[in-house]
Ligand binder design. Sequence first.
Ligand code: 13P
Length: 252
Amino acid sequence: MREILVAGNWKMNGSSAANLELVAGIVAGIPKGRGFGLLVCPPYPYLSAVSEQVKGSAVKVGAQTVSEHESGAYTGEVAPGMLKDIGCEYVIVGHSERRALYGETSGQVAAKFVATQAAGMTPILCVGETLDEREAGTTENVVDEQLAAVIDAAGIKAFENAVVAYEPVWAIGTGVTATPEQAQDVHKHIRAQLGARDRGIADQVQILYGGSMKGENAAGLLAMPDIDGGLIGGASLKANDFLAIAAAAARD
Ligand code: 13P
């Protein structure tokens, strides 16, 4: 049985004061029950403080991106080893905002995935199509290309320690959520793509859904056989909203 991962991607939001309150609220309100993990991904400047604040709780900390390089003359970049050093266990790689706004290519995303694992952390690889791509009927091709770039670079065995997040771009921050069936179709396809290379790895890899996930729609999405959690933007910024999704994931 795959565990559910409820992951908050705070994006470029927060402040020292707001984060203190948000994290305290999350830690205090973790729902009873089993079968789920909690992760928060704050902006870089707050990673250390949040990492300290969650110590001793079940909440883990991840970063939103990373450099593909180990160290050196890369002004403004943050190395995987630095993230590991301050307590990060996960790194989101290839978020659609990074691909679209900062020109990250599938090749670069693959390099970041490899670098994250090399530093001893778990990459959360984001894939997903735009509305135009969905309407053109190319969703599976887009996701296949994004996945293949990483499988080619890292090898299928690397997915033993990786998470995939299906985030349809048209559902991100729009309030429009993929229906559980729409999401399940793509999740199943992603698992099949991995399974064609290694069945055992495909069966154990967590595939998260991201895109306007919230307390009200989480249960329906998480009930799908290939949806193993959520990568949550807007609803991860308020403790109660985030905890409502965790509550939908908790099993007796
Ligand atoms: P929203 O939940 O705000 O739609 O964002 C989803 C997302 O991009 C998470 O990485």
